[in-house]
Ligand binder design. Sequence first.
Ligand code: COA
Length: 330
Amino acid sequence: MPNARIAGMGMYVPDNVVTNDDMTKLVDTTDEWIRERSGIHERRFINEECGASDLALEATKIALEKANMSADEIDFIIFATLSPDYNFPGSGVLLQDKLGLGKIGALDVRNQCSGFIYGLSVANAYIRAGIYKNILLVGAEVHSTGVDFSEEGRHIAVLFGDGAGAAIISATDEERGVLSTHLHANGAKSMELCLINPGSRKIPRYYDGIWDDGTLYPQMNGREVFKHAVTLFPKVIKEALETNGFTTEDINLLVPHQANMRITEAVAQRLKLRPDQYFSNIHKYGNTTAASIPIALYEAIEEGRVKDGDLVILAAFGSGFTWASAAIRW
Ligand code: COA
């Protein structure tokens, strides 16, 4: 049975840097409030019309180059996003068309901040089963056009940024690659972090008042999210370690979903990790949801923090609630 390894990664963020001071012109906030509560200094916002698939295309080009591969070697696409270009069809088929990839399959994953790891688990299963050899897995988000810059939405608007990350997952006979994935969800908490409309439940879908009740914007119970994140991140990381007979000492690099620096630090403290054992770049990009893990992993590789043979742990928590981890022998 082949193993599934990450053969190359890429990332793309829009050029438009929006600092916390820039945010104060859009939202009633301060640099101090944002930094203290999230560790974010700046994020990127698109400043011309483009969708998640456009950002994903740019990240994919770099991932292909790093994998030393041409686009026509990709035999399946998995696209994780909560901010697709359109309600339907999914962004996966749009990316397939932009890459000129003929008739290969394209699957969209709707698991928000855990989307990249959910997607990785699917890619791993397909590759181990011998169905595909080279899968393109992307996480991409355009949040800036969908957040609420009024007082009701400011605790959310300041946290999120736009960007994309891509990975080429390839079959290998070597003893390396994805060792395990663990996926979890708790739908009872679905309303704690959600975007309700336009949804299919309402009759009519575009009812009178839809513009006034806040449901066209994301809603978040920040404290509830925080409380669950700091407990479930360590739990799912331990699950990845224990399954493979490792301890926290064995982790070379933890790349957590970049939700909030306070969450990452609380998780590191609970697991007693040294600063060199975990990666953070939230100060530069904010929370880019499904894109945050591949963007962080790409930068970690570029900074020389991931070497052949290293044990890399990916972990995520977010809307759903969903949470997940992956253990990778690099
Ligand atoms: N700028 C300035 N003040 C703001 C603000 C902003 N952007 N957003 C909210 N506030 C104000 C509130 O109105 C409130 O004012 P009040 O005390 O006068 O009523 C005050 O700040 C505290 O608001 P609160 O929502 O209680 O803040 P908090 O300490 O819980 O921090 C979060 C808010 C969102 C930063 C925090 O709950 C958090 O990090 N949660 C996790 C979020 C997350 O990671 N989500 C993604 C998961 S994938």
